[in-house]
Design a protein around this ligand. Structure first.
Ligand code: DGT
Ligand code: CA
Ligand code: CA
Ligand code: ZN
Length: 580
């Protein structure tokens, strides 16, 4: 059976391949839009497609309807297969390289026969790539750096892919009649920003049966290890998944151990020893005449209690003070997805998004949000079709009109304003003052020395119209390093001026990094969890943002988009008013 994800992936792949062929942009956009629609459609779109019932769905033209029917009913698409056959499989590797878009990939492929990463490295090192129009020595050096970076990180994955895969595995395991509790562990459960492999624990009386079932699942492409209580497989997308089978009684200990982190485990074991116990993945056993507590431990919470601790949420298990806080009853009550009432920093077709204002607003309402901030790019981001003054003023008016038509949803008019090289902003203060809020972000000149970059950001922070700072370090996880910036100095400036810092929830960014949020919170800096959505589906990235906020010890009170509409309106106006 075809899944929704498979359809979405296929449509997106077609769009990429058509770009490589230099096809008409409208045609390409039709596939991208189709992918969005399929992804976000509330009903069973796979069934509808198979039944050829897509006629009334906006965003799916007649040509696409036929293709979707074929795809949904047969699991394959002739058109897609033929397209793929025109290019080598390895061509997709090139899309993971920072600085390479479809145009450059096309030139490399057609003129130098570059079929994948190995070829790319060769033509960059030989000097051949530098001869191509639009390349040059500098950009070739950058590509070589990007290849090295990619290779260093080739065994790690982003959260979105990992979570989708984990869901698949969990369901397949749970389906086995001998499976008791099935729990995700490891970095997935801790909500790490990128992951190396997935770890699952299953409670069962028949471990061998579960292992045999696991290694034979339909999406397994490689069996790395097949044992009687532990096995490892590789999924179609390259992700490794480890499974351990334990008894019911062992489950809390195994779950705790395999959730990690290693550092947290070491601290827990040390604590147990001091209290007269050994702790491992199977049990907590008295070493001397301490009382045997095993009979009382059914859940992880019981284990923490046995060691004199409050229950520690997996997000916090990085040995960065959580054990001391748990001992003293000082753990924060972490923010939850359900606490979010709205969000800022979202794009529309006016810049580089692919949904209209109204489509974004509808999607936000469907998610149950009370407010949605629109922050399209500013004019210097011409590559993202940034708005100039005139277009932004038109958008402000359009948002005001739309606000009259919605009940229960308020749109905020904002901008994602470029911070220019010297720290000045892309729009003047007069225009900025007409907006409800401003996200200020760096989108070019990433290579300044730390001191200059920090001064650049602080200058932007000192502008009373800058409500929040977007994606603080510009990193693209597993693709582009963060630029150099002194984060504590930025936090001080933000605290002093009342500037909010964004937690960009896109799984490629997750920026500002979770390791800094505890410090930010101590300094009184507020967080905005922003999906940086470029589509209606992009709004769902909020869930990734919340996972990272939890890793950063943030509570509801630290996150401004947990505020109801009236309060958040005050919060985003506060800085400006202070300086008026
Ligand atoms: P990853 O896979 O690199 O994204 O991160 P993890 O944390 O999932 O690491 P993984 O899969 O190697 O191991 C899962 C957990 O098992 C880890 O978080 C803690 C526990 N663990 C693994 N090896 C050791 C070890 O040598 N000592 C201790 N104390 N715990 C370990
Ligand atoms: Ca892991
Ligand atoms: Ca593992
Ligand atoms: Zn941005």
């Amino acid at each position: 059976m075809t899944t929704r994800d498979k359809i979405v992936d296929t449509l997106e792949e077609i769009a990429l391949l058509l770009e490589l062929k230099g096809e008409n942009p409208f045609k390409i956009r039709a596939y991208r839009t189709g992918a969005e629609v399929v992804q976000s459609y509330p009903g069973d779109i796979v069934q509808k497609a198979a039944d050829n019932q897509l006629k009334d769905i906006k965003g799916i033209g007649s040509a696409l309807q036929d293709k979707l029917q074929e795809l949904a009913s047969t699991g394959e698409l002739e058109f897609h297969k033929n397209l793929r056959a025109e290019f080598p499989e390895s061509i997709f590797e090139l899309f993971d390289i920072q600085g390479l878009g479809p145009k450059k990939i096309k030139a490399l492929y057609e003129q130098l026969g570059v079929k994948g990463l190995v070829d790319l490295q060769r033509v960059c090192e030989s000097g051949a790539a530098a001869q191509l129009a639009g390349f040059g020595k500098k950009s070739v050096d950058k590509i070589l750096e990007a290849i090295a970076f990619r290779e260093q990180n080739s065994d790690r994955f982003h959260q979105d892919l990992a979570m989708a895969s984990a869901e698949l595995v969990r369901e397949a395991l749970q389906a086995h009649p001998a499976a008791g509790r099935v729990e995700a562990a490891g970095s997935l459960r801790r909500g790490k920003e990128t992951l190396h492999d997935l770890d699952f624990i299953v409670a069962t009386k028949k471990p061998q049966e579960i292992m045999d079932h696991f290694v034979a699942l339909p999406f397994v492409t490689q069996v790395i290890n097949h044992g009687s209580t532990k096995s490892s497989i590789r999924l179609e997308n390259g992700i490794q998944c480890d499974l351990r089978a334990v008894s019911n009684a062992e489950l809390p200990f195994a779950l705790n151990y395999f959730t990690g982190s290693k550092e947290h485990n070491v601290a827990m074991r040390g604590r147990a020893l001091k209290r007269g116990y050994t702790l491992n993945e199977y049990r907590l056993a008295p070493t001397g005449d301490a009382k045997d507590l095993s009979a009382n431990i059914h859940e992880e919470a019981d284990l923490y209690r046995a060691l004199g601790l409050d229950y520690i949420d997996p997000a916090l298990r990085e040995n960065t003070g959580e054990i001391e806080a748990a001992e003293n009853g000082e753990l924060p009550e972490l923010v939850e997805l359900e606490n979010l009432r709205g969000t800022f920093h979202n794009h529309t077709i006016a810049s580089d998004g692919n949904a209209t204002l109204a489509e974004m607003a509808d999607a936000a309402q469907e998610l149950g949000l009370e407010y949605l901030g629109i922050a399209d790019h500013s004019k210097s981001s011409f590559q993202a079709n940034g708005l100039d003054e005139k277009r932004l003023r038109d958008q402000i008016a359009e948002i005001a009109e739309l606000n009259k038509t919605y009940e229960g949803l308020r749109l905020f008019a904002g901008t994602e304003c470029d911070i220019l090289k010297d720290g000045s902003l892309d729009f003047d203060d007069e225009l900025l003052s007409e907006l409800d809020y401003v996200v200020a972000s760096v989108h070019n000149v990433f290579n300044l020395p730390e001191k200059e970059m920090t001064a650049r950001l602080i200058r932007a922070i000192e502008n009373p119209h800058v409500t929040m700072l977007g994606h603080l370090t510009g990193r693209l996880l597993l693709k582009r390093e963060p630029y150099a910036v002194n984060v504590p100095m930025i936090l001080d400036a933000a605290a002093e001026t009342g500037t909010i810092i964004e937690l960009n929830a896109n799984p490629w960014r997750l920026d500002m990094d979770w390791r800094w949020w505890k410090l930010a919170k101590e300094k009184g800096v507020k967080c905005a969890i922003n999906p940086d959505a470029h589509s209606t589906r992009g709004l769902q990235c909020l869930a990734f943002g919340v996972r990272i906020a939890r890793k950063g010890w943030l509570a509801r009170a630290d996150v401004i988009n947990c505020l109801p509409l009236a309060k958040v309106s005050e919060a985003i106006a506060a800085k400006r008013q202070k300086h008026a």
